[in-house]
Design a protein around this ligand. Sequence first.
Ligand code: CA
Length: 235
Amino acid sequence: MTKQGKKVLVVEDEESFITALQVGLTREGFEVVVVDDGAKALDEFNRFDPDIVLLDLMLPNRSGIDICKDIRTVSKTPVIMVTAKSEEIDTVIGLEIGADDYIPKPYRLHELIARMRAQLRRANWTDEPAERSPQEVVQIGEITIDPNRHEVFKGDSQIKLPLKEFELLLLLMRNAGQVLTRGILIDHIWGIEYYGDMKTLDVHIRRIRSKIEEDPSKPKQILTIRGLGYKYADS
Ligand code: CA
């Protein structure tokens, strides 16, 4: 994927952040449009048709939460919520508004860009499923997962997994070595329309661990990446 020309809509009302983002993101090859008024965000989103949105939480006239919901009624475009305090993130995540990722202020620009690229990559493979080879058998260490036969093996013994656990394990193993955010996992396994309990994901992870890990309390295959999501160890 080329970063050149990817369009970013920045919804932000703080001058200092606007300037830093315009300079930093333009330098990285992004095309940047800024909206500083919450009430104008959706119109600008529709006009500019961005590849990704950076959305501040506290804005004049309409909150980031409402804007995120507005965007989700019309589009699956990745949205990264930006919040002033890290404790606000918990509140926002709790609301399950359909954002793809969350980052607290102040953030480092390179971290923000890394998160943006991760979301853009994901959006890319969601749009182009033909690029994936969905029937490929994946084997990492002792665990083998075969999507054709819908079978999982640990060494020689077969492990029975219900559908969602199977899909979740397959997604993690196909992306071994990469952190998949909670948002990504939930969107892919339960669908973008999922507004249920976020704990569902953790419950499924726990069940899979109990079946594939030597010691589920000290997982070595499905790793928890605090504040972000999960990663399947690539060796
Ligand atoms: Ca603000």
